[in-house]
Every structure is written in C-alpha cells, then in structure tokens.
Design a protein around this ligand. Structure first.
Ligand code: NAG
Ligand code: NAG
Ligand code: NAG
Ligand code: CU
Length: 571
C-alpha cells in the first residue's frame, strides 16, 4: 500500500481537542474551525444573494499566526458539493497533500465530511486561505492569513494594518461561468461589473486610519478578488514597498501600488510631521479590459487618514498628478535575501490564449492544452506510478504535466498575446522575476503595443513572488528552483480563466516525492465517497491506458485577437 496512517493519528487528536498540543512552549498551535455552508447575504449595500460563508457568516475573519506556529484548520463541508482549501503562498514543504487544489493534490472533501488542514508556518508575510474546488473562492470562501515574524522584522514600524480587497458580483460564479462559456447566452452578462469590498464590507465604509507624527505604519494588502485589480494611493505621502507575496524586498519608494488578483503587498508609510491637515487614501478597483463606464468602473473608494480631529482635509486630486504617479513594479524591486538570479539549467516556453473548440466553446490554454481535471488527483498518480511517474504522459492529456528534476533551475517564458493581462499563480513556490518584453504572437501585434520594451530586473537581485501579472502583449521570464518535491498547479488567478482551462501542472521530483511523502489514509476516503479512483494514471488505470478519461476537445480555430467574450475570454 502506498499510503499509511502516519498523519491519521495527528488529525484525529486535533479533531478531538487542543490539549495534546499544550506542551509546546514557543510555537503555538492555532485551531481554526470552519463550517463551510451556503448563506444569504447583502455584502455591498446593493443586493442580497446566496454566497458561501463560514460558520454562517461572511466575511471570514482573518487568520493570524507567527512563524513556527502550526495552524489546524478544521473544515466541515456543509455544502451540497465537494470543497477544498488552499493556503495561498505557503510552500507546504513535505506536506504536498495539504496544498488543497481539488484533483491536483486531493479529492475534494465530500458534502457532510470534515478534514483538518495542518499548516506548519515556515514563512512570514501576507497570505490568504481560499476554496480551491468549484471556484468557491469567488462566492466568498476566502480569508486573509497574516504570518508575523517571531524575531524583530527587518524594518521598524509602529503599527501593522491589514486591508483585504475583493470584488463581488450579483451572480454566483457558476452562473457567470455559464454565461461566459455558453455561446448562445448574451455577453457580457447584465451585471458584469463587480463591487469592491474592503475588509469584507462595502468599500464605501472603508476604515479611517489614525496617524501620529513620527510614527511609521505597515499597511498590508491582499487582493482576494476573482477578476479585478486594485490600486492604493495616499496623496501627500510616499510609501516604501517592503513585501510582495510573503517575500521581503529592499525598501523601494513609490507613490502607490497596483495589486492584481491573488497578489499581496506591504508598504511602510511615515506619518507627516504636521497635524495641520487630514488626508484621503484612495483604493480604486478596475480591470484594464473593462472599458471605463461612469459610476461603474473604475470604482473609487476613499478613506480618511486622520491626524487631528476636526482638521480640514487636504484634497490632492488633480488628474495631472495621477498620471505622474509612480506605481510599484516588481521588475525594479529586489528581494531582501540578496539571492542573485539563479543560473539556468533548462528553459521552458509557453503561450497562453484562447481557442474555439468543436463544442462551440472558447476555452483557454497553455500551448494549446486546455486544462481539465483528471480522474485521479495528480499527486496520487505521482505517488503510485513507480518509475513511470517520471513519464509526463501518465498524467493524462489535459493536466499538462511537466516533470521537473530535483533541484534543477528552470527559466519559464510565458507569452501573453491576449487583450487581457493574466495573474498567473504557481503553488508551492516563489520564483524570480527576471524579464518582461513584447510577446511572440501568432498574428501581427496591434500597433499600439509594438513599442513594448524589454525590461530586465535592475536591482542587485531579482524580486520573488508567487503571483505574477503578465500585461497584455507582454512576455515574462521567471526562474524557479525545483527544491520542493510535489505536484504544483500553475494557473491564472482570474477564476473564470482558471475555469476555462488556463492551468498546467508541475510534477516536481516525483522520484524524491515517492520516498519522502505519504498521504493520510483518511484523505483517500474522500475519493472513495466521490466515486473516484485514487491510484494509477490520470484515468485510474495502469501504464498509458486512459480508458474512462474523456478525450480532449478538438481545436477548430484560434480565437482572433479582437473579438470574443471580452470579460472572460482573452482573445
Ligand atoms: C458608494 O459611494 C458612491 C459615491 O458616493 C455611491 O455612488 C455608491 O452608490 C455607494 N455604493 C454603495 C454600495 O453604497
Ligand atoms: C483615485 O486613484 C486613481 C488611481 O489609482 C485615480 O485615477 C483617481 O482619479 C483617484 N480618485 C480620487 C477621487 O482621488
Ligand atoms: C495551436 O493550435 C493552432 C491551431 O490549430 C496552431 O496553428 C498552432 O501552431 C498551435 N500552437 C502550438 C504551440 O502548438
Ligand atoms: Cu487569465
């Protein structure tokens, strides 16, 4: 048998009580209980809808812990569909089966079942925890995770202030997905524009900040949104970026930050010396591919920065000023750990885009392969196929599996010849950002994009993060060391693109993985209960017999660059 009881015991005791953990002196065990179920809520002041909440509520309170702690996240599934949870940005070293994406590292937790996710915290910074089955994050299943330093952080600041930002829609995700995928339905959907939530509530209610002269504040931002980007500015103040996606950076002075879906930033802001005026901060929600429409997009949320009660507000709102604002750009940031660009062992190259298939659907791809879930979670295939686990074909034609050798450094170039930017997220890793430039495209690049320059990292060493935004008509080059054996999905974090198949899988050192990791037996019951196999190739068979696995759809045409379902497609 390939699986054992090793973790089953720990899981059980965590479920019963916390007492067994009391002996820990320094590091704490943080017990978090999430009963995931449908609720009816009005989150934005406009409409009431069904959503996915925790313990009967939304928003889900942020989870806070310190490096070295262990989080026991007890999940109970009260939905009528399977669910799973991913802690976005945690490496899950030696813990691949706790990563969470359904049919990648586990079968979803069936309705009525419970599971304890165990996160040993070995990183600090700003993360989030969200659903990774049926795109339930889009319907509310998402919460910030802040991991504090145990020692003094590398920067001085007085107060640590968290902002979570999200987009919120009238329809449930499944409805939006249907409207996008079904060519016979009108598009864009009638309520295509989302509302902005800040800290889980109507963005108009965003909290005031109380600043004291002489103090420095750390503001953390996490974009838990499904589609839109947010910008933060505080006119009259400068700020220094010190963290992106859980990685400290050398402080870099900017006027504002742009946070794509799934990205995180921390900035330090020095309070002004005078208390003569109060100020406004500005959180703007937009999507580059959604044309501006008065009152709908962009949406601007203004909050107060209070130096003195009753002091007048100094309004700095000139449009000319905004144009000269310098927003943080990850290619010019440097990771604080001082690691230079890694020497490359192998180069990989992908193009993301959208094809028309014989089903009439427009689906997304990496190099023409549209991701579709296998019948066996890819991790279980990697663990049960013996030597064949090194053969990419056993993972099936639509997981787009690429096997990485233990410790090799790959440079990955991704071309985005689409009219939309894509925030791509890799699980289990941070990667170095080394270059942006003009994408290779299978069609003439529209004139207005032709001047995109090649920009290489400029700092002493490249920045690192786990979610990169590839702008329209750009390519990006990243470097990644395969130092974390496991199965890691790489996908667009626009949920609709993820649903349309813009995903692939890195199967990292399956040979090492087989020797070092065991899946708790209890997790296999999830597959049993859902009627899915849990060993063998992508179809649950041996060798390269894929009987039972649906055949990949047939490409009819590449979607043309200028048409298509703009909100969702990316042609
Ligand atoms: C937010 O404020 C704007 C501007 O005052 C207003 O137009 C909008 O209706 C408000 N939105 C909500 C959800 O309260
Ligand atoms: C808010 O910030 C955006 C840039 O992110 C800018 O375009 C907009 O004009 C600002 N609005 C106000 C009212 O300050
Ligand atoms: C993707 O498919 C299109 C249409 O069939 C074809 O022209 C193109 O060469 C393919 N690209 C790759 C990278 O295989
Ligand atoms: Cu995308």
């Amino acid at each position: 048998m390939f699986f054992d009881y090793l973790l089953g015991r720990t899981l059980l005791s965590a479920g019963i009580c916390g007492a067994v953990f009391l002996q820990t002196v320094l590091a704490a065990n943080i017990i978090v209980d999430w009963d995931i179920g449908y609720i009816t809520v009005n989150r934005d002041g406009y409409f009431t809808r069904r959503a996915i909440g925790v313990n009967g509520k939304l928003p889900i309170p942020p989870v806070r812990a310190t490096i070295g702690d262990t989080i026991y996240l007890n999940v109970h599934n009260s939905l009528d569909k399977s669910t799973s949870i991913h802690a976005h940005g945690l490496f899950q070293r030696d813990n691949n089966f706790m990563d969470g994406p359904a049919m990648v590292t586990q079968c979803g937790i069936p309705p009525g079942e419970s599971h304890t996710y165990i996160y040993k915290l070995e990183q600090t910074g700003t993360f989030w925890i969200h659903g990774h089955d049926h795109h339930q994050n889009s319907d509310g299943l998402r919460a910030p995770l802040v991991v504090y330093d145990r020692k003094r952080p590398p920067f001085e600041y007085k107060e640590d202030i968290l902002f979570s930002v999200e987009d919120w829609y009238l329809e449930e995700f499944a409805e939006r997905e249907k409207q996008t995928l079904d060519p016979s339905l009108p598009f864009p959907p009638p309520h295509g524009y989302g509302f902005g939530l800040i800290d889980g509530y109507n963005g108009n209610l965003t909290k005031p900040l109380y600043f004291k002269p002489g103090n420095t504040y750390r503001l953390r931002f996490v974009n838990m949104g499904a589609l839109t980007t947010f910008q933060f500015t505080l006119p009259g103040h400068r700020m220094r970026v010190v963290e992106i996606d859980g990685v400290y950076t050398e402080p870099s002075e900017v006027d504002g930050i742009t946070i794509a879906p799934a990205q995180r930033y921390s900035v330090l802001i020095d309070a002004l010396k005078k208390t003569q005026f109060n100020y406004h901060y500005n959180i703007t929600m937009f999507a580059e591919f959604i044309p501006p429409k008065e009152g709908l997009t962009p949406r601007v949320y203004i909050g107060d920065v209070i130096y003195r009660k009753n002091a007048p507000f100094k309004n700095i709102r000139s449009e000319a000023g905004w144009k000269h604002f310098n927003f943080a750009n990850d290619i010019t940031l440097s990771s604080l750990d001082g690691e230079p660009a890694m020497p490359v062992n192998r180069r990989l190259e992908y193009t993301v885009g959208n094809n028309l298939y014989s089903t009439g659907q427009h689906l997304d791809y990496f190099n023409n392969i549209t991701y579709a879930q296998p019948l066996v979670p890819t991790l279980y295939t990697a663990l049960t196929m013996g030597k064949m686990a090194m053969d990419e074909r056993v993972y099936g034609p639509q997981t787009h599996a690429v096997v990485l050798k233990h410790m090799e450094v790959v440079e990955i170039t991704i071309h985005n010849p689409n009219t939309m930017p894509h925030p791509l997220h890799l699980h289990g890793h941070v990667f170095q950002i080394v270059e942006y430039g003009l994408a290779k495209a299978p069609f003439p690049i529209p004139d207005k994009f032709k001047n995109i320059p090649t920009v290489r990292y400029t700092g002493s060493c490249p920045s690192k993060r786990d979610t990169m935004l590839i702008p329209t008509m750009n390519y990006i080059k990243i470097r990644l060391r395969a130092d974390n054996p496991g199965v890691w999905i790489f996908h667009c974090h626009l949920d609709i693109h993820h649903a349309m198949g813009m995903a692939m899988t890195f199967v990292e050192a399956p040979d090492v993985l087989q020797k070092t990791q065991r899946v708790p037996r209890r997790m296999l019951d999830f597959c049993r209960k859902l009627g899915k196999p849990f060993e063998g190739n992508a179809a649950g068979n041996s060798g390269l017999d894929f009987t039972g696995l649906p055949a990949p759809p047939t490409i009819v045409a590449r979607s043309p660059v200028s048409t298509g379902r703009a909100l969702a497609g990316n042609d």
